[in-house]
Design a binder for this molecule. Structure first.
Ligand SMILES: NC(=O)c1ccc[n+]([C@@H]2O[C@H](COP(=O)([O-])OP(=O)(O)OC[C@H]3O[C@@H](n4cnc5c(N)ncnc54)[C@H](OP(=O)(O)O)[C@@H]3O)[C@@H](O)[C@H]2O)c1
Length: 301
């Protein structure tokens, strides 16, 4: 799939059908010619597939929105998660080096253990609790050591009007069941996929003006403003949804602890990411989570 803009950058976006990938196609279109690949055209589990797409396209910028994102499933297939989230990032970055491309990649709050009491800054020590978190951290590290200009954008709790995400699952279950029990002791920032894509475009535009300066390379935290728990997120989503003329009676929500909802992968209790560096270096700040959630819920009718 291609979106054209004369005289601009050649941009390769992977993960075209994912939450962030699908939003990037429109948001990056103003910067140049966007070629967005799905799993079939570019399979991160195949070095051959990565190399042939990159060498054929010779992009100026690669935006890697594809990833193995099944956090719980990763616990039972760590090798495959590692292949896609770590090894493939190394391969993609090596291919970027071959053609002289810069790279933007996404990472996660799950690189932290959540033991810190305040929001994490980029320099804080990492300590992932899950296989997924470990593979994503390894991907960041592979990118950092590849010797190319790069940005690793750590985001959190991604949702949107399409795709597999907590918001859509909760709203569906809230129609089907009288009560839902939702974890209330994990704190973070639900972040709309479109806000991530728009921020990526704004960052890419500024970065390009500095010639993809290596000095700006590094890890950045990119999440919505504000904070809440999964229970707070679900409560607000249901409150907004209940305003809809089409809404039926929705489930009553009960807050519970993580211990009452065991999952294969352990999640950090504190997922808050301090986004000050993004504001200072790229003059970019994402909207507050509540404002974006309202915009998304209102598109669901
Ligand atoms: N979702 C979150 O809550 C969250 C939180 C923090 C950070 N992030 C990070 O943000 C980025 C974007 O996440 P997202 O929510 O947009 O993910 P997503 O909706 O799960 O999309 C990921 C995409 O990657 C594709 N993919 C998976 N394995 C692939 C492979 N071997 N080759 C090529 N494509 C492959 C998937 O295609 P198939 O479905 O066909 O496999 C899917 O279209 C990821 O780096 C993720 O780790 C996400």
């Amino acid at each position: 799939m291609k979106a054209k803009h004369a005289g601009g950058l050649r941009i390769l976006v992977t993960g075209r059908d994912g939450q962030v990938g699908r939003e990037l196609i429109a948001s990056l279109a103003g910067l140049g010619e966007v070629t967005a690949t799905g799993h079939e055209e570019l399979d991160l589990a195949s070095d051959y597939s990565i190399a042939s797409v990159v060498r054929d396209l010779r992009p100026h910028l690669i935006v890697n929105a594809a990833a193995y994102t099944a956090v719980d499933k990763a616990e039972s297939e760590p090798d495959f998660a590692w292949r896609v989230n770590a090894d493939a990032v190394a391969t993609l970055a090596a291919e970027a080096k071959t053609v002289g491309a810069a790279m933007i990649h996404y990472s996660t709050d799950y690189v932290f253990d959540g033991a810190k009491a305040t929001p994490y800054v980029e320099e804080d020590a990492t300590h992932p609790l899950s296989v997924y978190g470990k593979t994503k951290l390894a991907g960041e590290q592979a990118l950092a050591s590849a010797g190319i200009p790069y940005l690793a954008l750590r985001t959190s709790w991604v949702y949107g009007a399409q795709g597999k995400n907590f918001l859509l699952t909760i709203l569906r279950l809230a129609m089907e069941r009288p009560e839902l029990r939702i974890v209330d002791d994990q704190i973070g920032a639900p972040t709309w996929s479109r806000d991530i894509a728009l921020a990526t475009a704004s960052i890419a535009e500024r970065w390009r003006h500095s010639g993809f300066a290596a000095a700006k390379s590094g890890v950045y935290h990119v999440t919505a403003g504000g904070r809440t728990s999964w229970y707070g997120f679900a409560s607000e989503a249901i409150r907004l949804r209940a305003q809809s003329a089409h809404a039926r009676k929705l489930a009553h929500l009960t807050p519970i602890s993580s211990a009452e909802y065991p999952t294969p992968a352990e999640r950090p209790k504190n997922s808050q990411l301090d986004c000050g560096k993004l504001a200072r270096v790229f003059d970019c700040t994402l909207p507050d989570w509540k404002a974006s959630l309202e915009a998304v819920v209102h598109t669901l009718d």
